[in-house]
Design a protein around this ligand. Structure first.
Ligand code: PLP
Length: 428
């Protein structure tokens, strides 16, 4: 292996290094992980994961009132991730009975669970009240009666928050922007105020506790959070304010999202100016909690040339739907052979193709790779959010395993799906 110093961008786990063994994740050579667990595989650096949880807790520790930081589990709904975060004092935001099941299996206290969704089914609502979750976030007026009934049936009074759409559009991809007036999520401030009145007047089994907002994901602009909090807080007095998630992450060199500390300062300043320092504050980070801890490993299956150089790998839109869904951009590196001296080895601008039968299944449109060849192991960083959770079995592809690494050790926390399992629900 060359001794050329390789600088990893902020897209890689904080503890990732490149040394004589190539890329090392959590103290384990990535090539060893690929050989041991096969590819594709999602690798999670547990130290990075826990460090993000601690950074969130520290950043909000200056707030005088209660602070609940709940992980938006849709970003990475597997029990090992949710459990590790829970051990660091982080609760769970769940968007279905299924995510609630995972959070409970991971040992999260129901008092640290917040339930979401713009299309909650009766089963979702029944599970929420049965589990005695802390809060159900109401998205629409139709939900009120159904949740009230479910709570009455359980003989409880359910604490609820109302999701307010503040008409603040942060700069992000349209498909992950949720704060604009015509969002499918939440209620306009006027509708939210009306829903609150209806709860007070008509639903004895529901207890309004406060407002919720979530204006979108992968946001770099702190001002949007500030404006949104000011609008939502103006909806009326509350005991609880849930400011959602949304802080962006660096997917490659040159991207500089705000730090968790700067994000927290913005939130706390807006809270101080509006609802006050005693408010019970809830924050729901997803992407910024887990994205950087995750690296996906692939094996190159072929390299061919037409107008482009096509480097095909053994995964694609089945393990990472984001490029296909909204043109998400990633970096990649070949990690299992000597890293060349950049001054001497020409880089090939390559298109990293997935294996699936869709022209759009291209993981990276243009990435410079040193003489890529079949058999190379390629790593794609920042894949710890919204990848595993959106995995699918298109083209009969078994879903990839999740491997935790840390302190020089590795362990499977979700095993690879088998071909037999693909047919298990197909009852003919
Ligand atoms: C209600 C809610 N809260 C929190 C999040 C987490 O957002 P992010 O992953 O951008 O932090 C989401 C993501 O879509 C969400 O819908």
């Amino acid at each position: 292996m060359s001794d050329v110093a390789v600088q990893l961008s902020a897209a890689w786990p904080a503890g990732a290094t490149v040394g004589p063994d190539g890329l090392v994740l959590g103290g384990v050579p990535a090539a060893t992980l690929a050989a041991q667990y096969g590819t594709p595989a999602y690798v999670v650096d547990e130290v990075d994961l826990r460090a993000q949880a601690r950074a969130y807790r520290a950043a909000f520790s200056g707030h005088r009132g209660r602070v609940q930081i709940v992980f938006a589990s849709k970003a990475f709904p597997c029990t090992a991730v949710v459990r590790a975060l829970s051990e660091e004092g982080i609760g769970a935001d769940v968007a279905s009975a299924g995510e609630l099941f995972i959070a409970r299996k991971a040992g999260v206290d129901p008092a640290d669970i917040v339930v979401h969704g713009n299309g909650k089914s009766l089963a979702d609502l029944a599970a929420a009240v049965r589990e005695r979750v802390a809060f159900v976030v109401i998205d629409n007026p139709d939900e009120l009666g159904r949740l009230a009934e479910a709570a009455s049936a359980e003989g409880i009074v359910q604490d609820v928050l109302l999701r307010v759409t503040p008409d603040v559009r942060g700069e992000t991809h349209d498909k992950i922007s949720t704060g604009q007036a015509d969002s499918k999520f939440g209620l306009s401030p006027a509708a939210a105020i009306a829903a609150r009145q209806r709860i007070d007047e008509a639903y004895g089994s529901l207890n309004f506790r406060g407002w919720h907002m979530h204006i979108g994901s992968q946001l770099f602009e702190l001002d949007a959070f500030d404006r949104a909090i000011r609008t939502v807080a103006a909806s009326g007095p509350c005991e609880v304010l849930d400011v959602g998630g949304g802080l962006g992450v660096a997917y490659g060199a040159g991207q500089e999202p705000p730090s968790i500390e700067d994000y927290a300062q913005t939130i706390l300043a807006a809270v101080h100016d509006t609802v006050g320092d005693e408010i019970h504050l809830i924050v729901e980070p997803g992407r910024s909690m887990t994205a950087r801890a995750g690296v996906t490993l692939y094996t190159v299956t072929s390299v061919k040339q037409n107008v482009s150089t096509w480097v095909a790998v053994d995964g694609g839109m089945s393990d990472n739907l984001r490029p296909m869904l909204y043109g998400a951009k990633y970096e990649a590196a070949i990690i299992d052979r000597p890293l060349p001296d950049p001054a001497q080895t020409p880089l090939t601008t390559s298109r990293l193709a997935g294996l699936h039968c869709e022209s759009g299944d291209v993981l990276i449109d243009a990435v410079d790779l040193p003489a890529p060849a079949a058999g190379d192991i390629v790593a794609v960083p920042t894949t710890g959010a919204y990848t595993f959770s959106m995995a699918n079995t298109y083209n009969g592809t078994p879903r990839a395993p999740v491997v935790f690494v840390g302190d020089g050790e590795s362990r499977v926390v979700v095993r690879r799906e088998t071909i037999e399992e693909l047919g298990a629900r197909d009852v003919g």
